[in-house]
Design a binder for this molecule. Structure first.
Ligand SMILES: [Zn+2]
Length: 339
């Protein structure tokens, strides 16, 4: 039985375009202007033209650290004001700003030459339970003070939210209801990362309590997983070749580098890889297919991830086309609409 077709009359398709709003954490980190401000202005324009609302998972730790250094370094002050004003502008436009935590900001230092990044404590679980509570509460409150809206949803920095049992008390105290971190099939337990989403419910959303990959009908939280896709090795070959041949179209607007992912590139080019449904760069070309794949499964919810810093001019053009195509049958929603 194909639920998607059988229940056509009541079938609703919701699409959530989510963006992790942040600079890079490798070397160099890139600038606020190129990684955040410029690409987000393009996204705002597309959202306006197509009349959809976007979800921005704001890397609040970055803002808190800029705030801390703004009276010592004029560049930190300029960046702080740029980002703060843009976040306020996003809220005015009706976009959703939710919580994204990269806790390593606690250990990063601003110098005359920019950020001195320290990613030794990259994951929230690298901190004690008391510190996790303080971080989640403080960061949430900081964002709410900027946006004047209640924060209800979370996405973990680098997808690292396991073991969730160490974090759940912080979620309860902060009043967080929705998580959108999981992408089914994803796994990376090397280097700074630790996530394993290889065993998750085969559903478009589920309640959970102590383990975000385990459905619990009585759970306090609801997971809206990011959709996934099995990208072939040919896909990655095309992606890397296009970046070299047509850099103006296919190079990221952001001017920094990510933290290296050990062995990833080799696996991509030899075996292919299951990754999240993404609006970044060449990944955008698979979005219509992913929505179709979810429809066939009878799923109502399709969460897509993106990063302003990883936007390319090619991807921005394709994004607009994707929204126009899907708007005929789908609803583009925000997460704050859900509670
Ligand atoms: Zn992030």
């Amino acid at each position: 039985m194909n639920c998607g077709q059988k229940t056509n009359s009541v079938f609703t398709l919701n699409i959530y375009l989510t963006y992790d709003y942040e600079i890079f954490f490798g070397n160099p980190t890139g600038s606020a202007e190129k990684c955040i401000i410029e690409p987000t202005e393009y996204l705002r324009q597309i959202a306006k033209e197509t009349d959809v609302k976007l979800i921005f998972f704001v890397d609040v730790g970055y803002l808190i650290r800029l705030d801390f250094y703004k009276n010592t370094f004029p560049k930190a002050k300029a960046d702080y004001e740029l980002v703060l004003n843009q976040v306020k502008g996003l809220v005015e436009d009706g976009h959703d700003c939710q919580l994204h935590i990269h806790p390593h900001w606690e250990d990063c230092i601003y110098t005359d030459t920019g950020w001195d990044m320290n990613v030794d404590r990259y994951k929230l679980v690298d901190f004690s339970e008391n510190e996790i509570e303080r971080l989640v509460m403080d960061y949430k409150l900081y964002l709410e003070n900027i946006t004047n809206r209640t924060v209800v949803a979370y996405r973990a920095g680098g997808w690292c939210l396991q073991p969730f049992s160490k974090i759940r008390n912080a979620f309860i105290k902060a009043g967080l209801k929705i998580d959108s971190t999981v992408f089914p099939g994803g796994k990376n337990i090397k280097g700074a990362y630790f996530y394993d989403f290889t065993s998750v419910p085969n559903k478009d959303k589920w309640n959970f309590s102590y383990d975000l990959c385990l459905e619990d009908d009585t759970g306090e939280f609801i997971e809206y997983p990011i959709s996934n896709y099995r990208y072939s090795r040919w896909f990655f070959w095309r992606l890397f070749v296009l970046g070299r041949l047509q850099p103006k179209l296919h190079k990221s607007i952001g001017n920094g580098n990510p933290i290296p992912s050990i062995g990833m590139r080799k696996q991509m080019l030899t075996k292919g890889m299951t990754l999240s449904a993404s609006v970044d760069g060449y990944f955008v070309t698979k979005l219509n297919k992913i929505v179709k794949q979810n429809k066939i499964k009878g799923w109502n919810e399709t969460v897509i991830i993106g990063h302003p810093k990883a936007s390319t001019h090619f991807a921005l053009k394709q994004l607009k086309k994707f929204i126009i195509t899907q708007k005929a049958t789908a609803k583009f929603k925000t997460l704050s609409e859900l509670v």
